[in-house]
Write a protein that binds this ligand. Structure first.
Ligand SMILES: Nc1ncnc2c1ncn2[C@@H]1O[C@H](COP(=O)(O)OP(=O)(O)OP(=O)(O)O)[C@@H](O)[C@H]1O
Ligand SMILES: [Mg+2]
Length: 310
């Protein structure tokens, strides 16, 4: 496979909740896609710079970073590093990303800065993945606006489900600014531990509610996935035979198939429907989104909320 599709897809890995596997997924999906022959850029949008650290770019070497590109303090190209081991390119994050709301406060079209920064890169990459911070900040809104589709890691727990609901807030802000919102590429169940009580029921509910938006692949807890960043390696470099490597390889295949399907649908549509606006308005499967594009809540969340407020 030369590339998953003919035109670039910008895909934020996003969820407002912390610790749900966004960074782990962004890194290992980037690696999986690049192993499949795609030209991949990973943009680290987290002020913690976790993805950058995990890929061997220490804090002292994180500049020029995505923050510098976003604030217009460095040319976008200058912020990109070629990573030999993993096989994809990285735009590191840095601590200045924490100031995005303040730094962009006076900037015109501030919600669309990231989209403008990434535009010239669309010729150079097949997929641009973004590792998003766990927040509803302007940075997250920028990521949503720059997106062609989202990937949402989801922890199968009550608080995990709350995370997907609060993501709706960010998506609504983006929609207010832009007039439309990109579709969900897929929801990825992460850290799935069937030994934990309640996991099976929550997953059944999530699958019932979000339907085929949920990837078949589920990511299990795996010590190799936890350890690989310490060795500055993706899971495929660290241990290609590990469970984590097999699951992220399976996710990669699903992502490629979904991107191909989007491409087929786009090419099959009328010329006037080929633009981003029309594409983003593709009908959402049952139960996937509100009319404003925001993911809605499975019954479990609604029910627990209702009982908590009584
Ligand atoms: N499948 C897994 N098995 C074992 N450990 C995992 C797995 N996925 C993630 N982890 C570990 O869980 C922690 C949180 O994961 P990660 O950093 O990917 O989440 P995140 O959503 O990016 O967090 P944050 O919101 O803080 O950026 C990390 O220590 C990571 O190594
Ligand atoms: Mg992270």
């Amino acid at each position: 496979m030369a590339s998953p599709r003919d035109s670039t897809q910008v895909i934020p890995v996003i969820n407002n909740k912390g610790g749900v596997g966004k960074t782990t997924t962004a890194i290992n999906l980037a690696a999986g896609l690049s192993r499949s022959g795609a030209r991949v850029l990973l943009v680290d949008l987290d002020s913690q710079g976790s993805a950058s650290l995990a890929l061997g770019v220490p804090r002292a070497e994180q500049h020029p970073s995505s923050a510098d590109a976003l604030f217009g303090e460095a040319p976008t190209e200058a912020a990109i590093r070629q990573l030999d081991g993993p096989g994809f390119d990285l735009m590191p994050g840095s601590i200045e990303l924490a100031d995005t709301d303040v730094r962009l406060a006076q900037v015109q079209r501030r919600e669309q800065r990231l989209s403008a920064v990434l535009r010239p890169l669309r010729d150079e990459y097949d997929v641009i993945l973004m590792d998003c911070p766990p927040s509803t900040s302007l940075l997250a809104v920028n990521a949503v606006i720059a997106a062609d589709a989202f990937l949402i890691p989801l922890l199968p727990s009550y608080l995990g489900l709350e995370g997907i609901v609060s993501l709706g807030e960010v998506i609504s802000k983006a929609r207010d600014s832009l007039g439309y919102v990109a579709p969900v590429l897929g929801i990825l169940l992460t850290l799935v531990d069937y030994d934990k009580e309640g996991t099976e029921q929550i997953i059944a509910q999530v699958r019932d509610h979000y339907g085929d938006k949920v990837f078949d692949t589920e990511i299990s807890p795996d010590v190799d996935l936890e350890d690989a960043p310490g060795y500055k390696q993706t899971i495929f470099e660290f241990d290609e035979t590990s469970r984590g490597a097999r699951q992220y390889a399976q996710l990669t295949e699903e992502v490629i198939e979904r991107l191909r399907e989007r491409e087929r649908r786009k090419n099959g549509s009328s010329p006037s429907a080929a633009g981003d606006t029309a594409e983003s308005a593709e009908p959402a499967p049952h139960g996937t989104t509100h009319s404003n594009g925001a993911p809605d809540a499975p019954e479990a969340v609604c029910a627990t909320r209702a009982s908590a407020s009584q």
